[in-house]
Design a protein around this ligand. Structure first.
Ligand code: HEC
Ligand code: HEC
Length: 465
């Protein structure tokens, strides 16, 4: 009698537990399928592997997707131009198109030549204190981002150069490795020095795949996995960022950007159009010209706003529905072994493999999908080596959002480079792991203690994503 009772409990308990886990929408132990984007997943297509629409997109949405794609690739021009809807570039800016940085919807990199100019990354700026709504406090003259380009008759703000020093280390088995530590130098500053209080955050453009699915993860799930006080005592304390959303005009949980510093794709895209290209919108109606930049403030402007609501919405659907490509080689023994190592040495504690999305507010095709983004969207202290020292809403100068890992095995095919981390300092996936510190130091040390075969297996798994 007693025995049957225990057997019953033993049988039922896992069912109850798994039921609660599924309800929670995330599951660290669930098997990882070949389709990281659920029903939105697309086959790979060489260098265009990041550029396909969600596989389950409907006909009306597809039409908007194609228009959004055009806007994403448009070279904006100086106002006034003959095509009124596509003018308004600058006065100061970084690139003339979204795809200038997010080439083929993929990721940016640091300059490839020593002293080369920034082509697909930017530098955020701020000074101590907080702006309205608790965000970073812009530099009084240069604003919150260095715009290294400008239209004629308006000065560009300045230039940045990277210098690197090589540092060397070795794995537990004695194999040596080297890493490049970047240092940033400003020149041609149009309005004088940045001053001693300046805080800088150099960031490469991330790939823009699967973002609507990340937007569809429920707030409840993110709150449930956040562990700010490390109650479970695993050395890992993920924190939510809380940021101002200019679309909703409210504080919301951050999900996008290297510090989860944007809550929605609408806000992110409007902020990119404004900060990176110089386009006003109904979310950011004033020209991007800080006080004291008179030539910028007096420059001709395009339509008000330069980016219409209609175009912003279409661009947003585009970034919501870019598909995640299918995984490759999932059944190869090295990939399977690598997946176990990924969980065993603690990578999966932050790079959470599986979520079930909640309801996407606008696009039902993104709702209730089982996805494998390999992120918790939370902020983690990654140690001094990766710190930028610049706060961003709740994020400290040492905290970064766990980077999603879906698609990383295809970066080389799409972007012809393999630079990783927020500033692109890592020259390979392996170097990205070796830079991990802070809450991820244990996982990094475990990786360093693996033998060459196991390291190869873990990398084979990451390359299958
Ligand atoms: C100068 C280079 C540059 C240009 C031009 C640019 N971006 Fe970005 N983009 C970035 C960087 C850098 C980030 C990370 C921002 C951060 O961490 O604050 C980013 C982040 C994003 C994200 C969030 C990705 C994620 O994983 O969280 C989206 C979406 C995005 N950009 C869309 C756009 C759109 C739309 C445009 C054109 C209107 C655009 N970007 C233009 C550099 C650029
Ligand atoms: C404590 C949380 C945490 C743990 C544990 C962790 N990571 Fe990360 N990982 C991050 C964060 C945060 C970033 C972004 C850091 C940055 O850009 O400076 C990141 C970035 C990466 C990147 C680069 C992604 C990109 O888009 O540039 C790779 C690859 C990666 N992690 C793999 C791993 C592997 C493999 C492990 C296990 C050995 C691991 N991580 C353990 C939090 C973690």
């Amino acid at each position: 009698m007693q025995r049957t009772l225990w057997v019953t409990v033993a049988l039922i308990l896992p069912l109850i537990l798994s039921a609660t886990i599924v309800k929670a929408g995330y599951d660290i132990k669930a098997p990882i399928s070949a389709s990281p984007g659920g029903e939105t997943t697309q086959p790979t297509r060489g260098k265009n592997s990041f550029s396909l629409p969600a596989a389950n997109i409907n006909r009306d949405q597809l039409r908007i997707f194609f228009f959004g794609n055009k806007l994403f690739n448009t070279n904006w021009v100086i106002a006034p131009a003959s095509v009124k809807t596509l003018d308004g570039l600058g006065p100061t800016f970084n690139r003339v198109s979204c795809s200038g940085c997010h080439l083929r919807d993929g990721r940016g990199q640091p300059p490839t030549k020593k002293g080369g100019e920034f082509l697909s990354m930017l530098v955020r700026l701020s000074v101590p204190g907080a702006a309205e709504h608790g965000g970073p406090n812009p530099h009084p003259i240069y604003g919150d981002q260095l715009n290294d380009r400008s239209i004629p008759s308006v000065p560009a703000e300045g230039k940045v150069m990277i210098e690197t020093t090589e540092i060397s280390g070795q794995f537990a088995d004695g194999t040596p490795y080297s890493l490049l530590r970047p240092e940033y130098h400003f020149s041609d500053l149009a309005f004088g020095p940045l001053g001693p209080d300046i805080m800088i955050s150099p960031r490469v453009a991330p790939a823009v795949i699967g973002l609507g699915l990340l937007e569809a993860i429920s707030e409840e799930d993110l709150k449930a996995i956040a562990d700010p006080k490390d109650v479970d005592d695993d050395g890992i304390s993920g924190r939510l960022n809380h940021v101002w959303d200019q679309g909703k005009k409210a504080m919301r949980i951050g999900r996008f950007g290297w510090k989860s510093n944007a809550a929605s794709l609408l806000h992110q895209n409007a902020a990119a159009a404004f900060g990176d290209i110089g386009l006003t919108s109904n979310l950011f109606p004033e020209q991007n010209c800080p006080e004291g930049q008179d030539a910028c403030r007096n420059a001709p402007i395009g339509n008000a706003p330069e980016l219409s609501d209609e175009f912003l919405d279409k661009m947003t659907l585009y970034t919501q529905t870019l598909a995640v490509p299918i995984r490759r080689h999932v059944d190869e023994p090295d990939v399977v072994a690598g997946e176990s190592l990924f969980r065993d040495i603690g990578c999966a504690s932050c790079h959470i493999p599986t979520f079930v999305t909640g309801k996407h507010p606008a696009l039902p095709i993104l709702s209730n999908q089982t996805i494998h983004p390999f992120t918790d969207l939370l902020l983690h202290d990654m140690g001094d080596d990766l710190a930028d020292g610049r706060t961003d809403f709740v994020a400290t100068g040492k905290e970064w959002r766990t980077a999603p890992l879906w698609g990383i095995g295809l970066v080389e095919a799409v972007n012809k480079h393999s630079r990783f981390l927020h500033d692109g300092r890592a020259r390979s996936i392996e170097e990205a792991i070796l830079w991990h510190g802070g809450e991820a130091k244990n996982a990094k040390d475990s990786y360093r203690s693996l033998d060459a075969l196991e390291r190869g297996q873990l990398l084979a798994f990451l390359n299958s994503l």
